[in-house]
Structures are given as structure tokens and as C-alpha cells.
Design a protein. Structure first.
Length: 284
């Protein structure tokens, strides 16, 4: 297994995919971080609380929710790309059983997912710091920043692992790019809108994209409101929460750990599906 993991890292670092997808994570992370703290509309909305504004927490959530799609694409392409290049045949011939290939890819890609997560949190925090005029108070304290940042790294890791399972399941380098983009930015958006004010609106937080976003946003938004409102937090209008969730992701009243467990379920489902199909698929 160790040899397989080393081989997977060689494949990763001898191709440009890992750093090509890291670039938009860094660029979008910085942009989202700066935008989050410089967003005048949010500042106007919370001025009534007469307190410091830890917008850096929201910035990290926003940047994470932008960047996770690239982590998913990396994970998916790490498997599906081998079918395009036909290197999967050699990989399977040198590995026994086939399932060991999937586990080696999961372990190797997990390291890249953590790298993406750390890069995103640090760059987004730097962007947020610049957008806030270098005011460290905009991160709501070290504990809050570490909590939201840790959730961001965890979200990036899980999206990467889900991508590996998805790539193993589909094994088509074109479809593993198109399908996630269409689903996340079109299908789920339309589905979420159509569920509003319906009898089944409660399932919205359990959709894959919403659950993935909620890992960070459902932690960051309550921490933000708590830091701003202080003892008046119970009196904070629901509209304030919902407006923040609209811009920064997540769902009102849904705990971050519930989103984490939901997304863990999706990740396990795709990995299991990828394992089942990949161990039975014919290769040439």
C-alpha cells in the first residue's frame, strides 16, 4: 500500500493538474476574502448592533464555498484522468486487489485536499485582513477563526474525497467536469428555489451542495451574529440570519455538525459506489 501511495503522489506532482486547480482556489479565496470584509451592504445591515464586525469569519466561509468545486474536480480527475490516458491498465496490473488503487488515491488526494484547504483559509484570511484595513478584530478572536478555518479545511478535504469516488464511479474525464458544475450551479440552485415555501422545504439543507456549504457557513454565520449581537443575540431577527446565509451559504437554524454528517454520508456513498464499479469495470 505504501508503494501505491508513493506512486499516486508521483502521478500527482508530475502533472500540472494539482497546481492548475490550486490557482483558482487561491485567486478566488483572496477575492472572496477581500469582498467579504469590504461588503458595504452587510456593514450597513449590522450597524445597529454597535459592535465590531468579525466579517473575516464570513469571508473564510465564502471563499471555502467557492473553492470546494476545484477540490472535487481534482479528486475526480485524479481517477478519471487515468482512463483518458489509458494508464489505468498499468495501474491495475501492478496493484492487487483493484480496491487498493482506490484507497491509495483517497489517501494521496486527501493530502492535496488538506493543502487546498489550508491555502484557501490562509489566503482568504489575508484578503479579509486587507479588506478590513488590517484590523485583526475582524476575525472574532483566535478560537472563532481556528474553528471556522478548521471547518474550511475539513470541507475541502471531504469534497476532494467525494471527487475521487465520483471519478471512480463515472471514469469519464469530460463528464466528471461537466456534471458537478451543472449540478452545483444549475440543478441544485433551481431545486432549492423550487422547494421554498413547500411542504418538503426542510430537505433543502440535506442536498449535497447545501450540506457541503453548511459545514463552514452554518458555523461562521452564528459565530458572526453572536460576536456582533452579544447578549442581544436571542433578539436578533431571523431576517438578519437569512440575509447572511443568502450571501455566505448555509441554512438558517441548521447546525454545522448536521451538515458535516450529511456530507460525510454523501462522501461515503460515492466512495462506495466508486469502489463497487471500479472493481468490476473492464479496462483495455
Amino acid at each position: 500500500m505504501i508503494a501505491l501511495i508513493k506512486a499516486e503522489y508521483r502521478k500527482i506532482f508530475t502533472t500540472s493538474l494539482w497546481w492548475a486547480l490550486l490557482i483558482p482556489v487561491v485567486v478566488l479565496g483572496f477575492g472572496a476574502g477581500w469582498l467579504g470584509t469590504a461588503f458595504g451592504g452587510i456593514i450597513d445591515m449590522v450597524e445597529e448592533f454597535s459592535a465590531s464586525l468579525p466579517l473575516g469569519l464570513l469571508s473564510v466561509a465564502l471563499s471555502t464555498n467557492f473553492g470546494t468545486i476545484f477540490a472535487l474536480l481534482f479528486g475526480a480527475m485524479s481517477f478519471a484522468g487515468e482512463f483518458r490516458s489509458k494508464s489505468i491498465t498499468t495501474t491495475y496490473l501492478t496493484a492487487n486487489p483493484r480496491s487498493s488503487v482506490l484507497w491509495a488515491k483517497l489517501i494521496a488526494c486527501a493530502g492535496i485536499g488538506v493543502l487546498y484547504g489550508l491555502a484557501n483559509v490562509l489566503v482568504a484570511s489575508f484578503g479579509a485582513l486587507l479588506g478590513a484595513g488590517q484590523d485583526m478584530g475582524n476575525f472574532g478572536g483566535l478560537g472563532s477563526w481556528l474553528g471556522v478555518g478548521g471547518a474550511g479545511v475539513l470541507a475541502m478535504l471531504l469534497w476532494t474525497l467525494l471527487g475521487v469516488g465520483f471519478g471512480a464511479l463515472i471514469a469519464n474525464s469530460v463528464l466528471v467536469i461537466i456534471l458537478p458544475l451543472v449540478y452545483k450551479f444549475a440543478v441544485e440552485f433551481i431545486l432549492s428555489i423550487s422547494l421554498i415555501d413547500t411542504a418538503v422545504s426542510g430537505i433543502s439543507p440535506y442536498l449535497p451542495g447545501a450540506a457541503g456549504n453548511g459545514i463552514v457557513s452554518n458555523l461562521a454565520v452564528p459565530l458572526f451574529v453572536s460576536a456582533v449581537a452579544g447578549p442581544d443575540e436571542p433578539n436578533t431577527p431571523r431576517a438578519a440570519f437569512e440575509l447572511l446565509h443568502l450571501f455566505f451559504g448555509g441554512t438558517y437554524g441548521h447546525p454545522w455538525w448536521a451538515s458535516l454528517l450529511t456530507f460525510l454520508g454523501y462522501t461515503a456513498l460515492f466512495v462506495a459506489g466508486g469502489w463497487f464499479v471500479s472493481t468490476r469495470r473492464d479496462v483495455v
